[in-house]
Every structure is written in C-alpha cells, then in structure tokens.
Design a protein around this ligand. Sequence first.
Ligand code: ZN
Length: 256
Amino acid sequence: MAIRVTVWNEYLHEVELQEVADVYPKGIHGCIADFLKEAGMETRTATLREPEHGLSQEVLDQTDVLIWWGHMAHGEVEDEIVERVHKRILDGMGLIVLHSGHASKIFRKVCGTNSGYLKWREDGEKEILWVVDPGHPIVDGLDEKIVIPHEEMYGEHFNIPQPDELVFISWFEGGEVFRSGCCYHRGKGKVFYFRPGHEVFPIYHQPEIQKVIINAVKWAAPGNIPAVTYGNTQPVVEVKGEIKHTIGELHQQKQE
Ligand code: ZN
C-alpha cells in the first residue's frame, strides 16, 4: 500500500509575496506533494487557514507521515491541534519538520526544548550539507555531500536535544556549521528535522533535496507496529523463583 503523506504548509508567504509565489506557484506544499506523488506516495495537503488547519482527527488517522513547513505564524497554530498531532506521533505517525518549522509548536513539543533558538542570516550564501551517517536510509542513493548554491544561513548553537541519529551537518560560506538532519524517536513515532528550504530560493525543486525528503518519508512511515501492553503482567515463561515479600510489604517494612 502506498505511504499516505499529508503536506502541511502555513501558506502565507506564497500568498503575500510575489517573489515566493514565483518560486512556488502551487505553494511549497503543492511542490512537495507533487514530487512525493511522483515517487509513488498518496499525498494530500493541508494549510493554516483551513478549518482545524486542515488537520482533523480523520485526516491525521489517515496519515502515515506528516510534513510541516511554517515560518511567520507558528503562534496561530491552535494548541488543541498541536496536541492532536503530538498524540498521533506517539501512536506511530511520522513527522518531517522542514527549515523554519524548527520554531513550530509541534517541533518544540517533540524536542522538549525551545528549538526556536539558533543563529540565522539571510544573504543567499552557499551551503554544503555533509552526510555524517552514510549507512542511514535517509541518505540512500545520495552523494556524500549536497551543495545548495544560495540559502539562508542557520548556525549553531541550535537549541535541540542531542538527536538519536544525526544524518547531516551543514557548512556555510560565512563560517557557521549546523546540525541539518536530525532524527528522533518519540513513542512509536519517528521524527526527522531537515534544515534546507528558505522560501525565496528554489530549494524544494533541487533533485537531491527531493531525494532526501522521499527517503525520509519512507524512513518515518510506521509499517506494522507490534501491539504492546503496559502495566502489571503475568510471566510469559514459567517462573521458578520465589518471592518472600511483595514490594508492598517491603514498603511497609521500611516504614516500621
Ligand atoms: Zn527561512
């Protein structure tokens, strides 16, 4: 069955700024959904101004991987929707956060830190993304580096928890470096943060960037998650040991 992807975009820059609309006539979400569809995925899009930001429970229940692009209106995303998305991640839905989505409510919640903190500079300098985990599925079929001729700079320190897997480190012409491809596991869900994507540059038209996002969707898709149980449980093999005191009794002894 095809992986079901929902591409979420704030969709304000493309409407308000002609230079962004020129780069993404169908919106950033339209561009991303198109190349994912071409890669065999079942795609739909959702945007901020739609009711429930386009992320009803029904939509999320039918989503294997959610992609998130936002920039100027993180604060307008309703907390209730953030909670709903977060719960689905813990239940197994994948999340891919792009570029300025680093400061979104959902990524901050996933991180548990204020991931909005980093250095930035908008001067169209060169970026080189170096692969630092060559065996990782997200870099399957890529070269050891991706060169982006013109990008916005993001620099360390990036206020995130240590990634479970670090896939890319970026170098910028101005001298800064940045952890540009970061994987996290949260509950049953997988989360990937991918840095490139400033809206005035044609980043999501670049084939290697598309390849990373396609690979990331495949990596983050839940597959068949085993049913798990929690709490007090019976042994699954015969237990030969004996116990003199239950924990409850021990607690009682301590108090005496
Ligand atoms: Zn940007």
